[in-house]
Design a binder for this molecule. Structure first.
Ligand SMILES: [Zn+2]
Length: 114
């Protein structure tokens, strides 16, 4: 499962951050997830909550997922748009040559400790 392995790698990252910095307990974790990653956020939270139980520093923490819309810029007319579903076509001029400017994010934005 896609979300399960993502959750696992987030927790591994958090675990090493906590160890490196001597943090006893993480409180909240903000995660940026671009819509192009096609991550199911509910499934990700579920997996996170299941895995975190084995990690004392993380087990009390709350994961807050922020979905980042897909940013596109049309190469022909320069129209910029933020979309929530990949469309692959400029709605202004119909051109299919688009630059993707956001939507591929998958990283820990911020961590709050107790
Ligand atoms: Zn265009």
């Amino acid at each position: 499962m896609h979300e399960f392995s993502i959750a696992k790698s987030i927790i591994n990252t958090l675990d090493s951050i906590a160890k490196d910095r001597g943090i006893k307990r993480l409180k909240r974790i903000w995660l940026d997830v671009g819509l192009l990653k096609a991550v199911n956020c509910d499934a990700l939270s579920f997996a996170f909550n299941a895995i975190k139980k084995s990690y004392p520093a993380i087990q009390q923490s709350e994961l807050i997922v922020k979905e980042i819309p897909i940013g596109i810029t049309c190469k022909r007319c320069g129209a910029k748009k933020e979309i929530f579903k990949p469309i692959g076509i400029c709605t202004q001029c119909g051109c299919t040559e688009l630059d993707i400017t956001s939507g591929n994010e998958l990283f820990i934005d911020k961590i709050e400790t107790c």
